[in-house]
Design a protein around this ligand. Structure first.
Ligand code: C2E
Ligand code: CA
Ligand code: CA
Ligand code: CA
Length: 278
């Protein structure tokens, strides 16, 4: 409890630190943190719940302060997005992933690597160029990459977003719609964007089994995904019962604290080696 309290106080302190500073000063320090490589990837395993084998991971950004404190995206992502820093940070994240897990991915061609993109990435073809240049000559192939588009922020230019998605798919990259059912897009996004995978939000997973409505919603998502030929990943799986329900509903890919939290590369590589041996 004391440790949690300490973390909460530190998190609030970072939030306050970002907000009370004169704007330009806070921004200079944020830019310096980017340049110092303080924003790093953590990796959360995505499991095949039928076989208990590793399918891959989702790359989740963390701010590692010089004092070693690890800050979650809830504390800085909105700032990074609103001030246009997210583009450099995403490039950095992808490059570091190649350095850190490239070898693991080269040796295990079935593993997938999910990268989170921001709605602003779909207003500009630069993301296609970045993915080509960063992964093109790397040990991680385009076929191993999944980009996640969130439904939480509106996509301002649907036609351009559709084109960018098609260009990524032409390379072999797959596209997942994240946070389905929580945001703006709904069915229209699924139909218009031509995504390959839908991710079911933790909100619906939390209550499957105990709440008939959630079960029905997840059931409809699975049916829809099947009809549209899309894959499905459940997120926020914390309990054994949830896995059982998901298997009954026909979902085979999941991530969540039940399996593992997001972790540094070294730990993820050890996790991968452990699961492959079992
Ligand atoms: P998201 O993409 O929906 O990522 C899933 C979030 O759920 C992660 O939070 C993950 O740590 C958390 N999570 C996974 N399993 C469980 C579980 O079983 N229980 C609970 N309580 N939580 C679980 P995180 O890492 O704090 O990231 C929050 C959000 O920040 C992400 O939500 C994503 O929208 C954004 N984000 C993270 N990294 C990046 C990034 O590199 N780029 C962009 N654009 N956004 C990012
Ligand atoms: Ca995501
Ligand atoms: Ca999500
Ligand atoms: Ca979520």
């Amino acid at each position: 409890v004391a440790a949690c309290g300490g973390i909460a106080v530190l998190l609030v302190a970072v939030g306050v630190w970002l907000s009370w500073r004169p704007e330009s000063e806070a921004n200079d320090e944020f830019v310096a943190a980017i340049r110092n490589g303080e924003f790093i990837p953590y990796y959360q395993p995505v499991m095949d719940i039928e076989t208990n084998r590793l399918r891959g991971c989702e790359v989740l950004m963390r701010w590692r302060r010089p004092n070693g404190m690890i800050v979650s995206p809830g504390q800085f992502m909105a700032y990074a997005e609103n001030n246009g820093h997210i583009f450099d940070m995403t490039r950095h994240m992808m490059r570091v992933s190649v350095d850190e897990v490239g070898e693991l991915y080269g040796e295990n061609p079935d593993l997938k690597l999910s990268i989170n993109l921001f709605a602003g990435h779909f207003l500009d073809r630069e993301i296609v160029a970045d993915i080509k240049s960063i992964f093109g000559k790397s040990a991680i192939s385009f076929q191993q990459i999944v980009v996640e588009v969130t439904e939480r922020h509106p996509l301002e230019d649907m036609d351009l977003a559709r084109k960018i998605i098609a260009e990524l798919q032409a390379l072999g990259v797959r596209v997942a719609l994240d946070d389905v059912g929580t945001g703006h897009g709904g069915m229209a996004y699924l139909q218009k964007l031509g995504v390959d995978i839908i991710k079911i939000d933790k909100m619906f997973i939390d209550t499957i089994g105990s709440d008939d409505n959630s079960t029905t919603i997840v059931d409809s998502m699975v049916e829809l995904a099947d009809n549209l030929g899309m894959g499905i990943i459940a997120e926020g799986v914390e309990l054994e019962e949830q896995i059982e329900r998901l298997l009954e509903l026909g979902v085979t890919a999941a991530q969540g604290y039940h399996f593992a939290q997001p972790m540094p590369a070294e730990d993820f590589i050890a996790f991968a080696e452990r699961t492959e041996k079992e």
